[in-house]
Ligand binder design. Structure first.
Ligand code: UT7
Length: 325
């Protein structure tokens, strides 16, 4: 019997404060910075995002998402034997948000660690969890993407602060004798560190450099369109599948134009594209599991469907995962 891993429950959580483009435009106007609902929608597809309250951390958001995913899978936290959190906005420098989340879930003992691959974090994390399950290292994993990107936004930079939001998504990934995860394809190219980064670090009790997000949007845009198609094609080839086998495309939710461009390259009709960027903004590692959960709970995605997940972001990192739900 070949051992596979399969998603048996999804969950997500958005902090209650919803900030529309108009809300943000008003806030920025107070700083003498001009933006508009029309510009943000036309260039990105974003209408609103959620921001967490100052005292709320990524592990707090993750906890809600995990509870929903566990409930959907019919498990309790006591069944969990692996926790992986994809985040670039952890609660602390260390320990990991995964260890903090484990404690909030009221369990102890199982391995728990963070994966840092920025907006590709969730496809990295689920690939690692799949490998651990298939090699017998775990049977019931929580794989989470959780971010409070509002903490690292520069609200004096209109080219980035209108793009991102906070939230968390989670899946329960379990050992299975029928295939769930079919194939994945992960990459990084550190020569592009500078096009999307938070260049600060902690040293001697101070933050050195800038602890705020910096992005060359056009450079990221061009790279993203190219690598997302390559990763999807490589993943399909590894699984022995073709474009037409994809029931739903769930790309990282950064920009509707990148997402639609990828769907077109894969010859997928746009109604096969899961879109939540309009309501969530770019929630980095949380965007894919948030979109997955929204589509499952909304009744679009059903058990047995074939999904292509695709991430791209800082590093530069990118990757794709093909799975049967
Ligand atoms: O999560 C990781 C992956 N990240 C991404 O995928 C992001 C990829 N990049 C993008 O999505 C797009 O490049 C952006 C949405 C960031 C920007 O869109 P763009 O079409 O590339 O716009 P642009 O940077 O070429 O800027 C066009 C104009 C500029 O004005 P001028 O120079 O033409 O006069 C900007 O100053 O829009 C101006 N602009 C704005 N205007 C109003 C930039 N930001 C804003 C703003 N409101 N918020």
């Amino acid at each position: 019997m070949t051992l596979y891993s399969r998603i048996t429950g999804t969950g997500s959580y958005l902090p209650p404060r919803r900030v529309t483009n108009d809300d943000l435009a008003r806030e920025l106007a107070g700083r003498g910075i001009e933006t508009s609902d029309q510009w943000i929608i036309e260039r990105t597809g974003i209408r609103a995002r959620h921001f967490a309250a100052p005292e709320v951390t990524s592990s707090d958001l993750a906890l809600h998402a995990c509870r929903h995913a566990l409930e959907a899978s019919g498990h309790s936290a006591r069944d969990v034997d692996l926790i992986i959190v994809a985040t670039s906005t952890p609660d602390m420098v260390f320990p990991s948000s995964a260890a903090i989340l484990q404690n909030k879930l009221g369990i102890a003992g199982c391995p728990a660690f963070d994966v840092q691959a920025v907006c590709s974090g969730f496809v990295y994390a689920i690939t690692v969890a799949d490998a651990m399950i298939r090699t017998g290292g775990a049977k019931c994993a929580l794989v989470v993407g959780a971010e409070v990107f509002s903490r690292i936004l520069d609200f004096n930079d209109r080219t980035t602060c209108v793009l991102f939001g906070d939230g968390a998504g989670a899946v329960v990934l379990e050992a299975s004798d029928t295939p769930g995860i079919l194939a994945s394809d992960l990459h990084a190219d550190g020569s592009h560190v500078g096009i999307l980064c938070v260049p600060g670090n902690v040293s001697g009790g101070q933050v050195l450099g800038t602890p705020l997000l910096r992005m060359d949007g056009q450079a990221v845009f061009k790279l993203a369109v190219r690598v997302l198609e390559d990763a999807a094609r490589a993943t399909l080839a590894k699984a022995g599948k073709v474009d037409a086998d994809i029931d739903w495309l769930i790309p990282h939710q950064a920009n509707i134009r990148i997402m639609q461009g990828t769907a077109k390259k894969l010859k997928l009709p746009l109604d096969k594209l899961i879109v939540t960027v309009d309501e969530h903004g770019n929630t980095s590692a949380a965007s894919i599991p948030l979109a997955l959960d929204a589509a499952v709970r909304g009744g679009k995605i059903k058990k047995g469907d074939t999904l292509m997940l695709e991430g791209v972001g800082g590093g530069f990192t990118w990757g794709a995962v093909l799975l049967n739900l």
